[in-house]
Ligand binder design. Sequence first.
Ligand code: AMP
Ligand code: GLY
Length: 425
Amino acid sequence: MKILLIGGGGREHAIAASIVKSKRCEKLYCAPGNAGIAEIAECVPIGVMDFDAQAAFAKEHGIDLVVCSQDDPLCAGLVDSLEAKGLRVFGTRKNAAIIEGSKAFSKNLMKKYGIPTAEYEIFTEPDKAIEYLETQAKFPIVLKADGLALGKGVLICNDLDEAKAGVKTIMEDKKFGSAGNEMVIEEFMTGREVSALAFVDGKTYRLMSSSQDHKRAGDGDTGLNTGGMGTFSPSPFYTPEVDKLCRERIYQKTVDAMAAEGRPFKGVLYFGLMLTQDGPKVVEYNTRFGDPETQVVLPRMKTDILDVFDACLDGRLDEVNLEFEDNAAVCVVLASDGYPVKYEKGKIITGLENFRGRDDYFCFHAGTKFDENGNVVTNGGRVLGVTAKGRTLVEARKKAYEAAEWVHFDNKYMRHDIGKAIDEA
Ligand code: AMP
Ligand code: GLY
């Protein structure tokens, strides 16, 4: 098969690594890719939102399958656009990607179909939101811009003043753009968070191994929310009991709900779960692989990813037995100091060769590129995802932190407590 992968982050590097492992992969292209992906695929300078150029490239190069797992292009209709030109695409169509693209949609879906989630109200006018906060809210409370906001449109407010300021930020100042035309105000939940990713073919789902992200920038879960500073898989908190409850109350119900709404879901469905005292509840849905969850989940997947993609597209997922290695993986993100606010780019990265030929170690590139002299340089807030596999989570974490020292660049920053929760399990 000739494959075109859309995107250029750490998640795409991990997906690319899985694709080239398949015997069925003859040639992989990536648009636009990055300096790491360039080692295993041919990168082409086409942007993720340039559907016409993607389609033209795919036609010209005889692409058998296009793969996309990024929220913006999926919510904007990448799959629909390329399918209309006769291409085969693994990803979620626009009418189903709304499960991530609109929090109001996903909350209403859960309410209608009895899927456990935080209590909520939806507002389109700031005055009504403030009135609600003044009269009925319990604090802390959670404010969410309705639309896509790079994972930053969620505000946890400890008191009325903070919440009022939050309404202004989202609905009046439009800090997250049109994502803030509508807003969800919801109950604050407490508990462990788990990411559960599933392949879905419209009716059947197959769950991948569980994982946990670390969203805050600083050690001890302090500082600002980021795209994710590190992950581990599996989550020891995702016990067989939790799994049973999620299967009964959440996964199939969501897949069936989307089908019943005339929005059959195909692709990867990400369940962001909170394990509360009242059982698992959905924090959010995403319509794609998580980033950096993918960097610990896919290296452990034994099943050929192209077979799984095909089964999803052909509605044959019930025939697939999805298998994972009986081990663990930890990913430590190496970021540019100052991320997620302000940071410098263009720093030369050294030591990448240390990962060559070591089966248990991966250095996924998130924000890198080649400079004019052919050096690999930093090109984003999150730069690299250093993943190691081990027999246990403790061993994987030790190896990941050792490997994090193999690479160097000025202003390298990382959290030192990725996977620390393992010790409490
Ligand atoms: P989201 O973009 O919806 O995943 O929210 C980002 C993060 O905010 C989540 O991973 C949680 O850590 C936190 N969060 C979102 N909703 C809630 C909630 N209702 N209660 C507590 N924390 C939340
Ligand atoms: N790691 C969180 C996400 O991919 O949304």
